[in-house]
Design a protein. Structure first.
Lengths: 80, 393
């Protein structure tokens, strides 16, 4: 399957359920349809007292024609 | 993440089409804010030019959210007295806008307004700078960006949260997503994975020297993605021959990866190499990479996420977590200090990251650097642009 076919066939969950996974309440979301939401500033301000998680930077060996591989890693790591 | 890029195969963010198209309209807001300032400049000149803007020295152009060659250089204010004073102008693509770069470094709406106010838009005949705040652009431009500054939440194919926010060019800007997105992510999740545009030399350098410095961030681990094909290519193999096994080319090309590893280590950071596997890679080729990495005290892990989604990076994720939990971030250092001269900063990056012996600066450029220093710009991190030619050796 091509990238776009895989993306279209994805079984997405509602954005409020995605948000719930990282403890963002529904009222702190500014929804743009079912799959996209902005996170409002009140919530961001409140969350500033939380401890920081670990930051992982994904970078790559530089070769322009092969640049896409890094992004795949980023996304795979995010899901793993 | 930025531009038309939402991953590939079984490692993607969705809804991919919306993300790559209009998404939440942030880029359009940036386009509007940028062009509002452009129109304020021409309007100011039209109504008498109280600030004394030298029309030959207006540095602020216009932007459009596509790369339109026909608009790179244009004449504006044509059509007679009521339309103003004709002059030459330019269009850049929105992602190259200074507003985009600023937007991604802003820590709050107030900070965004201050940064916008500080933009130099033009010079007077006596070459003194004129700022966006002088034409009262900062307030209304910030209002246009108010909603855009809220980070966007989407999901991966496996329904995990992903924040996608901002997209400055990685070649002429810092190439990182917004500081607000990264900081928010860190407050909400145990592990935040982010990327820096382009290679570990340019992209990671700017992420570390600019974004991390400005936002007070320290990565707990840096993952360097490599492919056997890329190393073969660095080892001198032509594109048409990349599918054939060539162990000696991988050995030769490894010196490129080695420099990237050493560069990341020069920041005092822990790193790990992820080998993005292709079906035609051979075991012998992979072994060259893992053994080479081992000599440098770095682990290399083979990944197959394009075909297998997250399952393909499970081992990598486990190793990354192990390093992240145990890494000492107190050794994090930058390539150059804020209070060094611009020339010394450029020299530091050229020598430490690109291994140049020294730099030669043309007089026109050194005059310009002096001009920047006389104003206020020298205490900020530098931004380096480069073409696709990397280390040569």
């Amino acid at each position: 399957m091509s990238d776009i076919e895989i993306a279209r066939a994805a079984s997405k969950i509602h954005i409020r359920d995605v948000a719930a996974k990282i403890d963002i309440p529904e009222e702190s979301l500014v929804p743009y349809g079912h799959d996209i939401a902005k996170i409002n500033f009140d919530f961001i301000e409140k969350s500033k007292s939380n401890p920081d998680g670990k930051l992982i930077l994904v970078t790559q060996l530089a070769l322009l024609q092969l640049a896409k591989v890094k992004q795949l890693h980023l996304l795979a790591l995010m899901t793993a | 993440m930025k531009g038309g890029a939402a991953g590939g195969g079984y490692a993607q963010v969705v809804p991919m089409e919306e993300i790559n198209l209009h998404f939440t309209g942030d880029f359009h807001a940036i386009t509007s804010a940028h062009n509002l300032l452009s129109s304020l400049i021409d309007n100011h000149i039209y109504w008498g030019n109280e600030l004394g803007i030298d029309q030959r020295r207006i540095t602020w152009g216009r932007v459009v959210d596509l790369g339109d060659r026909a608009l790179r250089k244009v004449n504006v204010n044509l059509g007679g007295i009521s339309n103003g004073f004709p002059r030459e102008d330019k269009f850049d693509i929105t992602v190259a806008s200074e507003i985009m770069a600023i937007f991604c470094l802003a820590t709050s709406i107030e900070d965004l307004q201050k940064r916008i106010g500080d933009i130099i838009i033009a010079y007077r005949r006596d070459k003194s700078p004129i700022y966006a705040r002088d034409v009262k652009g900062d307030g209304p431009m910030t209002v246009l960006l108010k909603n855009a500054l809220m980070p966007n939440l989407v999901q991966t194919l496996e329904n995990n949260p992903a924040i996608i926010h901002g997209g400055p060019f990685a070649n002429i800007a810092h190439g990182c997503n917004t500081v607000i997105a990264t900081q928010t992510g860190l407050k909400l999740a145990d592990y935040v994975v982010t990327e820096a545009g382009f290679g570990a030399d340019l992209g990671a350098e700017k992420f570390l020297d600019i974004k991390c410095r400005k936002a007070g961030l320290t990565p707990n681990v840096v993952v360097i993605v490599a492919t056997v094909r890329a190393l073969k290519s660095h080892g001198g193999v032509e594109k048409a021959d990349l599918n054939n096994e060539n162990v000696s080319a991988v050995e030769k090309g490894f010196s490129n990866l080695q420099r990237h590893i050493e560069n990341i280590q020069s920041f005092g950071l822990q790193t790990i190499v992820a080998i993005n596997s292709f079906t035609l890679d051979t075991e012998a080729e992979g072994k060259v990479i893992s053994e080479g990495c081992e000599k440098l005290g770095v682990k290399a892990v083979v990944c197959s996420h394009w075909a297998n989604g997250s399952e393909g990076t499970k081992e990598l994720a486990e190793e990354v977590v192990k390093i992240a939990e145990s890494s000492d971030t107190s050794k994090f250092t930058f390539t150059y200090d804020d209070d060094m001269s611009l020339e010394d900063k450029i020299r530091a990056v050229a020598q430490k990251i690109y291994r140049a012996d020294d730099i030669v600066i043309d007089k026109a450029v050194s005059d310009q650097l002096k001009g920047f220093e006389e104003r206020r710009i020298w205490k900020t991190p530098n931004l380096y642009c480069k073409n696709s030619i990397q280390f040569l050796y």
